[in-house]
Design a protein around this ligand. Structure first.
Ligand code: NAD
Length: 255
């Protein structure tokens, strides 16, 4: 596949999970991929090695997107590598937390919003000078931006704060799409259901797996590659008339 030949791409949080699979998919489509990571240099280098082994091009770069200057530090590195043009920006890095409503702390809430919302907001702001006609931004949202999952109840653990970070991202993509559309930049979200990664460790138990399969029409766990292939499509010319959309990639969850 050569849909992204001669294009540059940045994937945040690409050392594992959905980010890793997305970096590999974009490189397979021909893009030169910047593999961003927070702390796992070794894992990020292994993604770069995998891409290079398959004949692709990639470089690992690091920044903690939970800090107030993380986005600016990341953008500075990106701009020094790509020069004046970034074709694809995938905002994937994120954290989650599950707790009973009464157990959330202000620190939990601030950390979730700093990493999942403030980080992407300022990465886009800082990279605007290198985004232009034909560039694409994709945010990894979630099914939970629109639906309540699990067993709602005061005693039960819930991911409501995490879910609201994804709701904020879905509002942002529509605003970005409106603001950046006249410049020829498309902005979309991809909203996965349960995907088998480190983040969804509840699926490692039989009970957790049953909960996930119980809400899906398709009866297997989603894989990072299921999401990555959709991201690769959304940033390709085949999706040229799609912007401001959130595309569910969830095996038909909660139909
Ligand atoms: P993951 O935990 O394996 O990946 C998250 C990535 O984000 C990691 O590479 C991590 O290092 C990076 N990251 C986290 N905090 C960071 C920080 N402060 N600075 C830099 N990098 C940071 O989980 P995943 O499932 O691959 O998650 C990827 C995205 O997909 C997330 O945005 C997540 O919310 C979303 N998502 C996941 C699922 C699922 O079921 N796994 C479902 C819907 C949405």
């Amino acid at each position: 596949m050569t849909a992204l030949l001669n294009k540059t791409a940045l994937v945040t949080g690409a050392s594992r999970g959905i980010g890793r699979a997305t970096a590999v998919a974009l490189a397979r489509a021909g893009a030169y991929v910047l593999v961003h990571y927070g702390r796992s240099a070794q894992k990020a280098e292994s993604v770069v090695a995998e891409i290079q082994m398959k004949g692709g091009r990639a470089t690992a770069i690091s920044a903690d997107l939970g800090t107030s200057d993380g986005a600016a530090l990341l953008a500075k590195q990106v701009r020094s590598i790509v020069g004046d043009r970034l074709d694809v920006l995938v905002l994937n890095a994120g954290i989650s937390k599950s707790a009973a409503v009464a157990d959330y702390t202000v620190e939990d809430f601030d950390k979730l919003f700093a990493t999942n919302v403030r980080g992407p907001f300022f990465v886009v702001q800082q990279l605007l000078p290198v985004l232009g006609e034909g560039s694409n931004i994709v945010v990894i949202s979630s099914l939970v931006a629109r639906m309540v999952v699990g067993k709602p109840g005061l005693e039960n653990p819930s991911i409501l704060a995490y879910a609201s970070t994804k709701g904020a991202l879905e509002t942002l993509i529509r605003n970005w799409a409106g603001i950046l559309g006249p410049s020829g930049i498309r902005v979309n979200a991809v909203a996965p259901g349960v995907i088998d990664t480190d983040m969804s460790n509840f699926t490692k138990t039989e009970a957790g797996r049953e909960v996930a399969l119980g809400m899906q029409a398709l009866k297997r766990l989603g894989k990072p590659e299921d999401v990555a292939d959709v991201v690769a499509f959304v940033v390709s010319d085949g999706a040229r008339w799609i912007t401001g959309a959130s595309i569910p990639v969830d095996g038909g969850s909660k139909l």
